[in-house]
Design a protein around this ligand. Structure first.
Ligand code: 5GP
Length: 199
């Protein structure tokens, strides 16, 4: 079986990444959304092992030391990382694996796995970003400000990514990410002769 595609979706907090990525995975057969580990506390609706694996800082450190993480980063005072085992298992089964991670993590993955596809999801305007963060209602004013500052820094690195997708509405943004996956599957650099009929 051919190996799946590894795709990173990054973008500022509040860009609607999670919703778009969930729509992408729901609409695209053969995709798998990686579940990250984090030291952040769960939001009220978040479930252990579904949205994240919520762990203590010492558990997180022992995962780093054990080489269990494909990448990790500190974001707004908490640690986040991608467990490597599940990602590799899914890729070897031919699934396309989606990582919804920040830009620091995306660039680390690029170093380790140069064939990764990096996509950056942005809201139509900065004002939209701020109002989406406030609407979510789960963060304090200080956290919102911190997240907006990070967003500004992230925009500066966007040229290191392969694709930009504007999240004007969930369905269209998910469809564009799907189109990127389809195009990448047919990239002459990676297409498998067995799968060529799909191109
Ligand atoms: P949140 O706290 O809003 O769930 O996530 C904050 C940021 O961390 C988001 O940009 C999200 O994409 C990113 N993130 C989530 N999981 C990971 C991960 O495993 N690694 C990295 N580097 N960033 C992550």
């Amino acid at each position: 079986m051919s190996k799946g595609i590894l795709m990173v979706v990054s973008g500022p907090s509040g860009a609607g990444k999670s919703t778009v990525v969930q729509e992408l995975v729901a609409q695209t057969e053969g995709t798998y959304l990686s579940i990250s580990v984090t030291t952040r506390s769960p939001r009220p609706f978040e479930k252990q092992g579904e949205h994240y694996y919520f762990v203590s800082e010492s558990e997180f450190r022992s995962m780093i030391e054990g080489g269990e993480l494909l990448e990790y980063a500190e974001y707004a005072g908490n640690f986040y990382g991608t467990p490597a085992v599940e990602v590799d298992k899914m890729l070897s089964e031919g699934k396309d694996v989606i990582l919804e991670i920040d830009i620091q993590g995306g660039l680390q993955v690029k170093e380790r796995r140069p064939d990764v596809v990096l996509a950056f999801l942005i809201p139509p305007t900065v004002e939209e970003l701020e109002s989406r963060l406030r609407l979510r209602g789960s963060e304090s004013e200080m956290t919102i400000r911190k997240r907006l500052e990070i967003a500004e820094r992230e925009y500066k690195n966007v040229s290191q990514y392969d694709y930009v997708v504007v999240n004007d509405n969930v369905e269209d943004a998910a469809a564009r990410l799907q189109a990127i996956l389809v195009a990448e599957r047919c990239s002459a650099k990676r297409v498998n002769p067995k799968d060529i009929k799909k191109c």
